[in-house]
Design a protein around this ligand. Structure first.
Ligand code: ATP
Ligand code: MG
Length: 415
């Protein structure tokens, strides 16, 4: 069943605001059994909104509008929808009382202008707004359903969960989209695709997409299923992909790399310390994003200057002089040194040239060394990363987490 989303608000057509509501809505509509065929962003212009609505009514079974339900002049969704449907807009006594009560509880008298939010389109079901003032509406017309939702994401989500999802799911008759996300690290998008394209192209009912994001590859697979039906092709395909990619897969449940590495550290009872040069704390930020990371993360040193590499991470000055800060030798010394300085079982270090300046022929921009050390070994790796300064830093942070995962896996294998 087709659905479409119309995001209303002139601010969404400026560089300052992004329409994020439609991302949330797309996911939820898929879960409810709808295929989102179209998304539009439209400014606060009555004719434009009406034109879109008339076209939407011709092609979509479910039309979700968000934004423009507020009390001000530029909030035109109610009036434009009423006109597009040729229906009256009338003040609803019950909604008005609810609004007045809401204001009274907070010690305010409601301004006249807010009355507009109590106007309801003829034949609409009113959807309560537990998180704000503007109520939503569910309207059935010409075999389609139109849903009007408030723009503020918190209000929209609360209303969707409580009132829209159950209605939409009923309308779709129990169909839903089953999804799996596999996280892969250590291979490029084309390396992954070369290995798995022959597999996934033979599963006609599963739609597979490959997405490269900040150094990892996300493989997303989805299959429509009827009421009570098991996504058997999806399960089968996921199993075959896992067998083909084996160790490069860090997650089959959508879990982030830093969270996977965190679980490995916790399970093995080991602690981590970081020495970050070109990543400037990005690895520490990722590690501490995971709740409970204090169980295994001791801390990190942003050792940007040579002085800090020497004084805090215990790198011998002669090593820096002889090999330079971006070298395998210094990566090793940093990993060993920070481990000792912070008293952790494992030390992870990154040193590299993020650019745009500072590159030379033997040491080009993008050159990054990662070192991982514990009490008995140290593993160093070297990569030349593509992209601008921010990309190199992001990739370096992800690669470091990937190397740490590899180190912990081989440790398990040895144990
Ligand atoms: P209000 O009563 O707050 O005016 P409203 O329904 O009229 O609610 P808007 O005025 O369109 O909603 O938007 C209110 C705020 O919600 C905007 O400033 C914006 O930050 C956020 N917002 C609106 N639409 C979206 C969207 N599609 N994605 C993300 N945020 C949005
Ligand atoms: Mg508004």
């Amino acid at each position: 069943m087709n659905a479409e989303i119309i995001a209303i608000g002139s601010e969404l057509l400026t560089p300052d605001r992004v329409d994020t509501n439609s991302l949330y809505l797309t996911q939820k509509l898929n879960e409810a059994g709808f295929e989102v065929r179209l998304k539009t962003v439209v400014g606060d212009n009555r004719e434009d909104i009406q034109g879109l609505l008339r076209a939407a009514l011709q092609r979509s079974r479910l039309i979700v509008l968000c934004g423009g339900l507020g009390p001000t002049e530029d909030d035109l969704t109610r009036v434009a929808t009423a006109q597009a449907l040729g229906r009256r807009l009338t003040l609803n006594g019950e909604v008005l009382e609810g609004l007045q009560r809401r204001f009274a509880v907070r010690g305010y008298t409601m301004a006249k202008i807010n009355e507009r939010q109590a106007e309801v389109i003829e034949g609409a079901e009113v959807l309560a707004n537990p998180a704000g003032t503007a109520p939503g509406m569910w309207i059935e017309a010409n075999g389609a359903a139109l849903v009007l939702l408030p723009g503020p994401p918190r209000e929209l989500k609360a209303m969707f969960e409580a009132a829209v999802f159950p209605r939409a799911a009923r309308m779709a008759g129990g169909r839903s989209m089953a999804t799996r996300t596999i996280g892969i690290q250590g291979w490029t998008e084309s390396e992954v695709d070369t290995r798995i394209a022959p597999i996934y192209t033979s599963f006609s009912e599963v739609q597979t997409t490959i997405l490269a994001v900040k150094g990892v590859i996300l493989l997303r697979m989805q299959q429509w299923v009827g009421p009570g039906e098991i996504p058997s092709q999806l399960d089968d395909l996921a199993g075959r992909i896992q067998a083909a990619l084996s160790d490069t897969i860090y997650s089959t449940s959508g879990e982030a790399l830093e969270s996977v590495v965190g679980s490995m550290l916790r399970k093995s009872g080991r602690s981590l310390a970081l020495a970050e040069s070109c990543t400037g704390g990005m690895i520490g930020a990722a590690i501490t994003r995971v709740p409970g990371s204090s169980e295994y993360f001791r801390g990190g040193i942003v050792c940007y200057s040579n002085e800090v590499k020497i004084s805090q991470c215990r790198v011998p000055p002669a090593l820096l002089e002889r090999h330079g800060a971006v070298s395998a030798e210094v990566a090793e010394a940093l990993a060993l040194g920070v481990r000792q300085a912070l008293g952790s079982s494992i030390g992870l270090a990154v040193t590299g040239i993020a650019g745009p300046g500072g590159g030379t022929d033997p040491k080009p921009v993008g050159l990054v060394y990662v070192g991982v050390a514990d009490e008995c070994r140290c593993v160093i790796s070297r990569r030349i990363l593509p992209g601008d300064r921010e990309t190199v830093r992001e990739l370096a942070a992800t690669i470091a987490l990937g190397r740490l995962r590899g180190f912990l896996m081989s440790e398990n294998a040895r144990a």
